[in-house]
Design a protein. Sequence first.
Length: 402
Amino acid sequence: MPEAYIYDHVRTPRGRGKKDGALHEVPAVRLAATTLEALRDRNGLDTSKVDDVVLGCVDPVGEAGGDIGRASVFAAGYDTSVPGMQINRFCASGLDAVNMASAQVMAGQHKLVVAGGVESMSRVGLGASGGAWPIEPQVAIPSYFMPQGVSADLIATKYGFSRDDCDAYAVESQKRTAKSWQDGRFKNSVVPVKDINGITILDRDEHMRPETDMQSLASLNASFELMGNMGGFDAVAVQAHPELEAIKHVHHAGNSSGIVDGAAAVLIGSRTAGRSAGLKARARIKAFANIGSEPALMLTGPVDVTEKLLRNAKMDLKDIDLFEINEAFAAVVLRYQQAFDLDPETVNVNGGAIAMGHPLGATGAMILGTVLDELERRDLNTALVTLCIGAGMGTATIIERV
């Protein structure tokens, strides 16, 4: 079976997902096209050789609707022979796009594929595409539907993470992100977003708050207490987990992922295609997996899918040098570290979405690129990338340098 190799990856900076954010003026298709153009130009890519473009997008409606993968092909000036598709597995969409592209290559059906994702959360609001799970009672009630923030607080309550634990993790994420930018660790992978006149709009992640400390976080109110209490979702959480007397609300804007705009793209191909294009492989996709997890806890899927992935790959935790888990909420990463008794110095070593933000459809591809860069910087070999997912799922991928 052919192997799938990573030849390059890029991402845009993350812009604050509000109307006054730097990227608010940029449509989602333009963000995606920026990354496609960068892959082409950096690698001297003959785009007629690209077999597909696979992009994740969690709210594919309005200007981000239809098939943004194909629209991005047009916007980036790729050859018209290049098809495109949009996929949605909520927060793991960008990583699943990479996995699907890799599967196409491994199956021998495609030779060179661009995969990644995009989200303009300032222009297409969070949850704009709706969904059957929260709306249809016959689906919501038996599966214990609740907002993700309440589920995050449920995880913290069940597994014993305090407000201070979550805040301390958030402070560390901000520190690590600030140091990563200061050290220039992202300089080769972040491509600036420019306007039609070629003037740079944004070349650095905009959501970061490096001055964050425990005192400033302590002043923030818990974000999900009202919907938990008044909305009745605490009762749902306790019904799903009757061993708990009550839910302790510990998450807020400072220890949860930021709402941002951004895009990312990864160039995946076979060894033959890479040689033909004069490309040097940086890593290979060793294994990937998806899983469904308990919908009430919702965000513990990374633990379940990691166990499945390691089992399928016949690997052990000690075979993994670095772990990259999306910082949807602080308790998600704390639970992951707790479940596997991981050294925190091997997890999210450059910070994460609490500091930089979480552009839903793009994040999976972004963090895969981040950890690949770090493997190279540290001269390490293997990394595991994983994300929690709405409705109780998990996606994970193992990459190995070549």
